[in-house]
Ligand binder design. Sequence first.
Ligand code: NAP
Length: 559
Amino acid sequence: MKIDQTQPAQTQPAQTQPDPSLRHSDNSVPLDAIIIGAGFSGMYQLYCLRERLGMRARVLEAGHGVGGTWFWNRYPGARCDSESHSYMYYFSKDLIDEWEWSERYPQQPEILRYLNHVADRFHLRDDIQLDTRVQSARFDAHQQLWVVTTQQGAVFTARFLITAVGCLSSANIPNMPGLDSFGGNWFHTGQWPHEGVDFSGQRVGVIGTGSTGIQAIPVIAEQAAHLTVFQRTANYSIPARNAPLTPEFKQYAKQNSDEIRYTMNSNTNAHPFRIADRRAAQTEEADRQSIYEAAWKKGGLQFRATFDDLLLDEAANATAANFIREKILATVADPVKAEILSTIDHPFAAKRPPIDSFYFETYNRTNVDLIDLRATPIERITERGVQTSAGEVELDILVFATGFDAMTGSLLKIQIEGKNGRTLQEEWRAGPRTYLGLQTPGFPNLFTITGPGSPSVLCNLPPAIEQHVNWITDCIDHLRRENLNLIEANEDAANDWVEEVNAAANATLLAKVKHSWYLGANVPGKPQVFMPYAGGFARYIDICNRVTANHYEGFTRSR
Ligand code: NAP
C-alpha cells in the first residue's frame, strides 16, 4: 500500500479543483518569459528577469510551496552536503549579511526557511504560481512564442521558456514485482509526506545506500524498532563532522564573502575550497596517510580535494579508497557487515561521494541488519515485506532511497515540442544533446538551467545556478538591445559540445563507473550517456564567457 505521496504523479488525470493559474492573470497577453520551477534556480531567474531587465515573467511551480528539491526532500536526516556558507545565493550582499546559518551543513528545514525568506524578501511570490504543473510546451514558429499548457488546462504564451526543474527531482522508484501487494506503507525519500513518518516501534526496510540512504539510515535506526538495510552497491562515505557554526565563523563568512565567491567560481567543483596542488601518487606513504587522516578528522567533501590526481589516476585513487576501507573495517564491529560495507566496486568519488553523520557506526546497533543484494537479490515485494533469494524480511515500512531519473527525467516528463514539431523526447532518444547544457538545437528561446551538458551536479549547485541564470539573463538582455527575437543553438555546436562533454568525462575516472546515475544507468532503458560536464566549473565559465564575447558563437540569433 502506498500512502500520501504528496507529489502528484505526472500521469495523474487533470485535477478538478479551481485552476490556481487563473488567479493571476490575463493569459491572453504573452509574457516575456515563463520559468518552470520555483527552487534555487527558478527564483533567481525570476528575480533577474524582473529586477534587472524589467520583464514580465512568471514561475509555474508544481509544489504547494517554493523550494524545489528542498520542498520535496523531507526524509529523516535530509541535509546538504555543501557547507552552509556556500549553499546560498551570492548575488545580494544584503541577503548574505542578514541571513544566519546555524550549522556547518544545513538541514532541509533550514534551507527551506532560507528559500522562503528569499521569496518574501524579494517579493517573488507575486509572480510565482504554486500548485501548477506544466504538462506541455510547444514552440509556435509563426508567433515566435512558447505555448505552455498546465495540467489544469490553463494556457500561457511567452517569448522565452526557461526550465528550472532541478537535476534530481524525478523520483526513481524501482519496478519491483509485488509492490502493490505490500501490506505496510512505503515511501520514496524524494516524495516524503509533509506530516512526517513515525517509525517508532516499526520494522523498517531501507533500499539504497547513496547519499540519501546514508543520511537517512542513522536517523531511522534511532527511531525504529528494527531496521534492515538492503545494499546493492557498497559506498564510500566521509564523516561530515557537522557542528553548530561558531560566531567567529559566521563573521568570517560574511566579511569574506567576495573572496569565498571568487574561490567557488574559480575552481573545479564550485565549493569554497581548492583542490590541493599535489599528487597522491607522488607523495610518500606516511605523508599521504597523515594528509588523509587530517582530512578525515576535518570531515566533508574536502576529503576529495586532498590530492589533485584522485579522479585521474587509478593508482592514486586506490590510496584514498584503501584508506576509507580501513576506516570502515575499523568502525564496524561485526566482520560480516564490515566486509559487505567495505567491498566497494568502484573508485572513490567516481560516483557522487556521500558524507555522513555516524553512518558506519549505525551498523553497530543491535537493531540494524544489513542485506547484501549482490549475494541475495530482491525477488519481489510481498504482502509482509521483502523476499530476497535468502528468505523473506518482514517489514511495516519500506523506504526507497533509490535516487532519481537524474538530469533529464523532469524535463522529459514535460511534452516539449520544438520548432519542427519534434519533441525533446525524440531529440534526446539517444541521450541529451545540448550546447553548453543551455540550449538544444530546434528549440529556440528554450533555456535549461543546469541542464545536461553543464557542470551542474558535479558542482556545489547554487554557484552553478547563479552562473547559468546570469548568462541567460545577459543573453536575453543582449537580444532585446539588438532587437532580436530568437536565439537557437546550432547543430554543429551541439554536436561538438557533446564530444567535449564525453572527452571531459573520459579524461577522468567518472566515466569508468558503468552503473552510476551520471550515466543514467540507474534507470532501466535510459540511454547511457555521461550527462554532466566534467571539465570543471572554472573552465566552463571561461567557455561560456568566450561564447558571449565571440558574438554568441555556436548560436543563431534572428528577428
Ligand atoms: P543514488 O545515489 O542514485 O542512490 C540510490 C541507491 O539506491 C543506490 O545505493 C542504488 O544502488 C540503490 N538502488 C537503486 N535502485 C535499486 C534497486 N532496484 N534495487 C536495489 N537498490 C537500488 O540516489 P540518492 O542517494 O538519492 O542520491 C542522488 C543524488 O542526490 C546524490 O548523488 C547527490 O547528488 C544528491 N543528494 C544530495 C544530498 C545533499 O547534498 N544533501 C543528499 C542526498 C542526495 P546502486 O548503487 O547499485 O545503483
